[in-house]
Design a protein around this ligand. Structure first.
Ligand code: PRP
Length: 182
């Protein structure tokens, strides 16, 4: 375990088992006719997307958005910015937004409203983690890996100050390693 991790919440094997289950749910929901576009919300979702799509058995496409809402603070600012937009149009297409975590919901709510205005055929959300205790805005989650408690989680794509994304598990950061100072 990394020195800055207080405890492991979800270990590597549990993450991979659950992602295989989510892949099976997606295989039941879509087929080759749909050719859905998986929209990976960077940076946090990059590992989840990479592992998830390896379970998919239907034709699909992948695109990326870079969205930032946190800066280097540990709490959401509520301000969402699109730093890099999708390459292709999603008009008339089935879309699955892939997130690492839904916390306050501000980010995914903004993304959903933004993508809905582009008139996709359907719009669903797959998130590895859900932290419902911190929700500020209700969002419909279609595919959810795990519910997590209100702790500062890192690893498997999730960062603190852009670090720890490489950890293969979801862990809790030691309080001595972060500060909420602006
Ligand atoms: C994180 C995470 C989600 C968002 C969730 O992104 O990837 O997009 O925060 O929080 P919310 O539900 O409170 O809006 P962040 O802005 O930290 O960028 P990152 O993906 O580059 O880590």
């Amino acid at each position: 375990m990394h020195d800055d991790v207080q405890k492991i919440l979800i270990d590597e094997a549990a993450i991979q088992r659950r992602i295989a289950e989510l892949g099976a749910e997606l295989n039941a929901a879509y087929d080759d006719e749909d050719v859905p576009i998986f929209v990976c919300v960077l940076k946090g979702a990059f590992l989840f997307l990479a592992d998830l799509v390896r379970h998919l058995r239907f034709r699909h496409e992948i695109d990326f958005m870079v969205v930032s809402s946190y800066g280097d603070a540990t709490r959401s600012s509520g301000i969402v910015r699109i730093l890099l937009d999708l390459e292709r149009s999603i008009e008339g297409r089935h879309v699955v937004v892939v997130e690492d975590i839904v916390d306050t919901g501000y980010t995914i709510d903004y993304i959903l409203r933004n993508l809905a205005s582009r008139h996709p055929a359907s719009l669903r959300i797959a998130t590895l983690l859900n932290k419902p205790s911190r929700r500020k805005v209700e969002v419909p989650l279609d595919f959810v890996g795990f519910e997590v408690p209100d702790e500062f989680v890192i690893g498997y794509g999730l960062d603190y100050a852009q670090q720890y994304r490489n950890l293969p598990y979801i862990g809790v950061l030691k309080p001595s390693c972060y500060s909420d100072e602006p």
